[in-house]
Design a protein around this ligand. Structure first.
Ligand SMILES: *Cc1c(COP(=O)(O)O)cnc(C)c1O
Length: 383
């Protein structure tokens, strides 16, 4: 277990500093020690979100923050434009429907980014749209969506802009205030490189105005309660938070800021480019459309004659490397490599070395060493 290399799009490898932080004694979650840590952690969260708004930590994985975002703004029959181009886009749509909203779907072919014009058209064609929901980095297809451009579109309408940055925050550019993101949410276990189980949400004034008018059926994820307790000095959470994970988030966010957000995003750029070039050098093709490809993970089409079980099974059982499969209709057709969090050259070099051995074992033909050579080339150019 200890030596397993996690090359999946979350959870990602957690640095020792962060693991050690979790070994601190549990403290009273209503006491001053925890209050100070929570205060510091949410402030760092806002810094990473690049917003002057307050941020809130939720004990619950990314999906809990997705649910909080929808449950607190949607009432029965509210119209919501859901941009859907993959599994996570679908999840925000399903949440919209669970909470009684009427979904207007902007359908995006899997593997492509949304065209901002399509969102504009949907806003033009429908009156009284309460919100537009979108996934920044669609992890099921390894596509990055243009949140800045869509933000400019949504700005001209009453609708709130709700964006999931679970697999992009701290690995790709997210500027909550500049892009006009009314609600933005993220998770602990992807580019932030903390363990799974926590998420964060930040909410702007326009969104609070809506939330204040909504009688939400949710209890645990009530954002009004989170604000009330979060505004105490020192701040608290409505219910008992995962204290250890708060320590972990504090340490992981400190590491993000020590590295510098821009440096970290650039490091992700290099990892993404190296992964794409290495895959293509092996004669593999990429699933996502050129120009729309993610900065934090890559989806690769399964080569002819090699099964998902062969490829991922061998990587796991022989080489101790976890890579991800495809979801839904992509199951068996693509595999996904995460290059997020602290993952860098060491991990990618190991992954491609072993991927080459796996492909060779199953008779896929390529120039031996070509993937690793392409990887070296990208890293040497970016030294
Ligand atoms: C991982 C992920 C989530 C959250 O999933 P959890 O399993 O609940 O943490 C949400 N959105 C995207 C885009 C993700 O990649």
């Amino acid at each position: 277990m200890e030596d397993t290399l996690l090359m999946i799009p979350g959870p990602t490898t957690v640095p020792k500093r962060v693991l050690d932080a979790m070994a601190q004694p549990i403290t009273n979650h209503r006491g001053p020690v925890y209050g100070e840590i929570l205060d510091e952690t949410t402030a760092m969260m806002s810094e990473v979100f690049q917003t002057d708004n307050k941020s809130y930590l939720l004990t619950g994985s990314g999906t809990s923050a997705m649910e909080a975002a929808i449950a607190n703004i949607i009432e029965k029959n509210d119209k919501v434009i859901n941009v859907v181009g993959g599994k996570f886009g679908q999840r925000l749509q399903q949440l919209t429907e669970v909470f009684g909203g009427e979904s207007i779907e902007v359908t995006v072919p899997w593997g492509q980014a949304v065209n901002p014009e399509d969102v504009k058209n949907a806003l033009e064609e429908n009156d009284d749209v309460k919100a537009v929901t979108m996934i920044h980095n669609e992890s099921s297809t390894a596509v990055v969506n243009p949140i800045e451009e869509v933000g400019k579109v949504v700005k001209d309408y009453e609708a709130l802009f709700v964006v999931d940055t679970v697999s992009s925050l701290a690995g790709d550019t997210v500027k909550v205030d500049d892009y006009g993101l009314d609600i933005c949410l993220s998770g602990s276990q992807k580019c932030i490189a903390a363990p799974p189980g926590m998420s964060a949400i930040t909410i702007g004034d326009d969104a609070w105005n809506v939330i204040d008018k909504v009688d939400s059926p949710t209890y645990y994820l009530d954002l009004k309660k989170m604000r009330k307790m979060g505004d105490k000095q020192p701040p608290q959470t409505p219910y008992t938070p995962n204290v250890s994970l708060t320590y972990a988030m504090n340490e992981a966010l400190s590491m993000v800021l020590e590295e510098g957000l821009d440096n970290r995003i650039n490091r992700h750029h290099v990892g993404a480019e190296a992964t794409r070039k290495a895959a293509e050098a092996l004669g593999l093709s990429l699933f996502a459309r050129e120009g729309d490809r993610s900065n934090t993970l890559t989806a690769i089409n399964m080569p002819e004659g090699v099964s998902d079980g062969d490829l991922r099974g061998t990587m796991r059982n022989k080489y101790n490397i976890e890579i991800a499969g495809g979801q839904d209709h992509l199951s068996g057709n693509v595999f996904r490599i995460g290059h997020m969090g602290i993952t860098g050259l060491q991990e990618l070099a190991m992954t491609f070395t072993c991927l080459e051995m796996t492909l060779k074992e199953f008779g896929f033909e390529f120039d031996a060493g070509a993937g690793v050579a392409a990887l070296q080339d990208v890293y040497m150019k970016n030294q």
